[in-house]
Design a protein around this ligand. Structure first.
Ligand code: NAP
Length: 329
């Protein structure tokens, strides 16, 4: 008998056909919460899940006695109770690498857009306000040659740094990561404490995963340490930055601008001041959102799930210990 899987992410026809070859699939189009009664009921017989952007609370695992693997269509895994999954012996797979360059492109787009005021000034033209040559009140600041500070210096952080150092002659600093001698050699990157990095950088780019230890890592104190001319970019997860403190810092001109792809609550409410501030470029969580990359992520998740449910090691695994204990068993 085929194993049963629940699919709640965007998968192509070919990917669904590939899964249907192996499994019995139940699809949940537009699922926004794991508390959806039909989804909860289906968990009782599910061996695998494939999807993204839906938080899976630890309590639900008790209702999923046959669950063997979850294939998330994302690299970040803050939506999953990793410890509980590991205790239940459930493999958690993610999609690193295939989205690194695309997400770094988004980060760099935010760096350029905020520094050169691209969105604000494009709106100025669209409104018909461009009636005479622009003056200093519309000038931006340079990106090339400036100091770029990466908070977290993993795959995506390094890819942003590579763009900055090799494309724009930027000085790269990094914090909140183990020493990276190869990248130091390649990019001239220098490791700093977080406080040093915040004080030195013209652009502070947050690429660190969200976890209990990184929640509100960038708060009021950290924002105060930044230069008043500096720009904060967040392409990691919203709650790594204290959004209330960020809004205050932007309103009071304690930092120049922010380029944001992620927020405390998504979709971002129109009641938030952020989308209305001229010194904020707010994107709708598009870090990896290109046709090519979303397709590659979905394919990686499909491959991970097929491998996991057929007793093979998935390509990308978050809780390696589950695989190790299965092999040892
Ligand atoms: P990664 O390769 O694992 O890099 C994470 C970096 O953060 C590493 O340098 C790591 O240090 C450092 N770090 C410091 N404290 C950490 C902690 N408590 N837990 C984990 N890492 C810690 O991850 P990545 O592929 O670059 O992705 C980073 C994050 O970007 C993801 O977790 C995700 O949330 C976010 N993301 C967002 C989008 C978007 O759409 N905006 C798209 C993709 C990813 P070491 O170097 O010492 O390991």
């Amino acid at each position: 008998m085929k194993k049963r899987i629940l699919a709640y992410g965007r998968l192509s026809e070919a990917q669904l056909a590939q899964l249907a070859n192996e499994f019995e699939i139940q699809q949940f189009h537009g699922l926004t919460s794991a508390n959806d009664p039909a989804f909860r009921a289906a968990l009782a017989k599910a061996h695998g899940l494939i999807g993204s952007s839906v938080a899976i609370p630890a309590e639900l695992l008790d209702e999923a006695p046959h669950l063997e693997a979850i294939a998330s269509i994302s690299v970040g895994f803050d939506n999953y109770p990793v410890e509980a999954l590991t205790q239940h012996g459930i493999l958690l797979c993610n999609t690193p690498d295939v989205l690194t360059e695309t997400t770094a492109d988004t980060g760099f787009a935010l760096i350029m857009a905020t520094a050169r005021r691209v969105v604000e000034l494009a709106d100025f033209v669209r409104r018909g306000d461009w009636q005479k040559s622009i003056g200093p009140e519309h000038f931006g600041s340079d990106v090339h040659g400036k100091t770029l500070g990466l908070v977290g210096f993993g795959r995506i952080g390094a890819a942003v740094a590579r763009r900055g150092a090799l494309g724009f002659g930027m000085q790269v600093r990094y914090a909140m990561a183990s020493p990276k001698p190869v990248l130091e050699e390649e990019l001239g990157a220098e490791r700093r404490t977080l406080d040093e990095l915040l004080a030195e950088s013209d652009f502070v780019c947050v690429t660190i995963p969200l976890s209990d230890t990184t929640h509100h890592l960038i708060g009021a104190d950290e924002l105060t340490r930044m230069k008043s001319s500096a720009i904060l970019i967040n392409i990691a997860r919203g709650p790594v930055v204290d959004e209330t403190a960020l809004i205050e810092a932007l309103e009071e001109g304690r930092i120049r601008a922010a380029g944001l792809d992620v927020y405390n609550h998504e979709p971002l409410s129109q009641d938030s001041p952020l989308p209305h501030m001229s010194n904020v470029v707010a994107l709708p969580h598009i870090g990896s959102a290109t046709h090519e990359t979303r397709n590659a992520m979905a394919q990686r998740a499909v491959d991970n799930l097929i491998l996991a449910l057929s007793g093979n090691r998935p390509i990308s695994l978050v809780n390696e210990e589950v695989w190790e204990s299965r092999r040892g068993a």
